[in-house]
Design a protein around this ligand. Structure first.
Ligand code: 5GP
Length: 205
C-alpha cells in the first residue's frame, strides 16, 4: 500500500506568529512540505516568489479559479488566496506531510468537504499582544491593521472548528506542542501502515 502524506492545517489570526511558527516547524519536521498558496496580494519585503506564495494578478487568479485549479480559495483582507490541487498533491503522493496555512474560510471549506487532516488553531495570548505584533511588523497600513484586527477577532470565535488550539506564548513552546500533536496523530491505529511484508502477512492485510 502506498503511503500518502498527512495534511496539517494551521490557521491563526494575523499577528499571532504563525509564519515564524511554521518556518520553525518545517526545520523540525524533515518529512514536512509546505503547500505554497497563490495570492493576489503584493509581495512583502523579505518574501520570495514561489516560496512564500505564488504572487499572481487578479486576472490570473480568476482564470485558475475558473479552471478548478483550487482545492479551496478565499477573499481575505481584500485579496484572494488559494490552495491549488497541484501544491497539495505534488509532495503528498510521495509520502510527505503537507502544511496548509489557511484563514478560517479555508478551514470551513475543507471541513465542509470532509477533507482529512489535523486542524490546529494558533491563538495570541491576548488581543493587546496581537495588536502589538501587527503594528511592530510594519508591513501594513493603519487601515489594513484595523481590518486584520477585526477579522482576527472573528476568527478566534471559530476556534471550535479545529481539532486543537494552541496559545502562542512563546514560539519554541508552540512548535513543541504542534510536534507532540503530529506525533500522536500519526500514531493513531487508524493510520497504521505495516512496515514490512512479514508484519503485513501476520496481520493478514
Ligand atoms: P498574509 O497576507 O498575512 O500572508 O495572509 C493572510 C491570511 O490568508 C492568513 O490568515 C493566511 O493563513 C491566509 N491564507 C494564506 N494562504 C491561504 C490559502 O491558500 N487559502 C486560504 N483560505 N487562506 C490563506
Amino acid at each position: 500500500m502506498k503511503k500518502v502524506g498527512l495534511p496539517i492545517i494551521i490557521s491563526a489570526p494575523s499577528g499571532t506568529g504563525k509564519t515564524t511558527t511554521c518556518k520553525r516547524l518545517k526545520q523540525r519536521l524533515p518529512n514536512l512540505k509546505i503547500a505554497t498558496s497563490h495570492t493576489t496580494r503584493k509581495i512583502r519585503k523579505g518574501e520570495t516568489q514561489g516560496v512564500d506564495y505564488f504572487f499572481i494578478s487578479k486576472e490570473e487568479f480568476e482564470s485558475k479559479k475558473n479552471n478548478n485549479d483550487f482545492l479551496e480559495w478565499a477573499k481575505v483582507h481584500r485579496e484572494y488566496y488559494g490552495t491549488s490541487f497541484e501544491a497539495l498533491d505534488k509532495h503528498r503522493q510521495n509520502g510527505f506531510d503537507i502544511l496548509l496555512e489557511l484563514d478560517i474560510q479555508g478551514v470551513n471549506s475543507l471541513r465542509n468537504m470532509d477533507f482529512e487532516g489535523i486542524y490546529i488553531m494558533i491563538l495570541p495570548p491576548s488581543i493587546e499582544e496581537m495588536t502589538k505584533r501587527l503594528k511592530k511588523r510594519g508591513t501594513e497600513t493603519e487601515e489594513d491593521i484595523e481590518g486584520r484586527l477585526k477579522t482576527g477577532k472573528e476568527e478566534i470565535k471559530d476556534y471550535k472548528k479545529h481539532d486543537y488550539v494552541i496559545t502562542n506564548f512563546e514560539v519554541e513552546e508552540t512548535v513543541e506542542s504542534i510536534l507532540a500533536i503530529v506525533r500522536a496523530e500519526k500514531s493513531r491505529v487508524a493510520r497504521y501502515m505495516p512496515t514490512s511484508e512479514d508484519i503485513k502477512e501476520l496481520l493478514g492485510s
